[in-house]
Ligand binder design. Structure first.
Ligand code: ADP
Length: 312
């Protein structure tokens, strides 16, 4: 089985007039949070993973709980916090339609995961554990997630996406956090922008080499419309190798959540026994397909949609 860990948030998106990027001064709520997007992405591709997340016992929390249930994500580890509100992401649009996020996490349910809430019996059953990085910003979630990484048995493949571009990391020592996490990580999925703030710079090949020297046996570097590059060492179940895919042409509507879609594609493919080269092609197709509709979760494709996209 698989477990995804991290925030499930309400994204407040500025409503836009159709055909323009001008916002209307009005927000709409959408379900989001990178790890929750990955969980829903996996649910649409093959099999819903468990999601360890914490949301408020409030109206936003009801909305998220209903969304996860409708997507088939089990509620075993979806916690409702009676004493803290649901975390929020406020989305801004610039004149080109590019989005940026500001997060309200401190003191919300999202930052209040507790050590030990996922027991050893659950961990013993796992094949794959995916962690999203923003959960490492605030206590007590930070300690709870590091404890989970420490307790994950050797046979579990641990993937990690730092999501460093979130504005919140400016307030923390992101480089130290990443350095602390990497020895426990097998598969790092990151964009070039995620790695620069931690001092990893250079070509995708150089980034992946540096990452695989610091703990993970596999590094996948996402490059937006230019696709992705991946490298693995002999410690990887899929063997040592390199793979590159130039990305697919997509009729881009909204790139929000493309990275989370890519991550869901990587997990489904690699845990499903595909080679690194096949996995990167499949994940690029999932990522590209996710850019063709609005929203993060809403745009995540089903397996049939990805197969149709690949057949075009
Ligand atoms: P993030 O969404 O985290 O910013 P990227 O922009 O690197 O990450 O995108 C993640 C993946 O989504 C890419 O590796 C690619 O597969 C796909 N993707 C993103 N933008 C585009 C695009 N404009 N056209 C085609 N595929 C895209």
């Amino acid at each position: 089985s698989r477990l995804v860990v991290g925030e499930c948030l309400v994204d407040l998106h500025p409503k836009i007039e159709s055909g323009s990027h001008d916002d209307t001064g009005v927000y709409a709520r959408k379900p989001g949070g990178a790890p929750a997007n990955v969980a829903v992405g996996l649910a649409r591709l093959d099999e819903a993973p468990d999601l360890w997340t914490r949301i408020g016992a409030d109206g936003f929390g009801d909305f998220l709980a209903e969304t996860l249930a409708a997507e088939g994500v089990p509620d075993t580890h979806v916690e409702r916090d009676p004493d803290a509100p649901t975390g929020l992401a406020v989305v801004s649009l610039d004149a080109d339609g590019d989005r940026s996020f500001a997060l309200y996490l401190e003191g919300t349910a999202s930052s209040r995961l507790e050590t030990g809430a996922v027991d050893n019996a659950t961990l013993a059953d796992l094949d794959w554990l995916h962690v999203g990085g923003v959960e490492l910003a605030y206590e007590p979630s930070r300690s709870a997630v590091f404890d989970l990484l420490d307790r994950a048995p050797d046979g579990v493949t641990v993937s990690f996406d730092p999501n460093a571009r979130e504005s919140l990391w400016r307030a923390f020592d992101y480089a130290d956090t990443l350095a602390e996490a990497l020895p426990d990580v097998d598969v790092l999925v990151a964009s070039e922008e995620d790695l620069a703030p931690a001092g990893y710079e250079g070509s995708p090949e150089a980034l992946a080499s540096a990452i695989t020297a610091d703990g993970p046996h596999t590094a996948l570097i996402t490059r937006g419309a230019a696709g992705a590059y991946a490298r693995s060492t002999e410690d990887a179940p899929w063997g040592a190798g390199e793979a590159e895919h130039a990305g697919f042409d997509a009729d881009v509507v909204d790139t929000t959540g493309a990275g989370d879609a890519f991550t869901a594609g990587v997990i489904a493919a690699l845990d499903g026994g595909q080679s690194l080269a096949d996995a990167i092609r499949f994940a690029n197709a999932v990522g590209a397909r996710a850019t063709t509709a609005q929203g993060a979760m809403a745009a995540l494709p089903t397996r049939a949609q990805v197969e149709a996209f690949l057949a075009e």
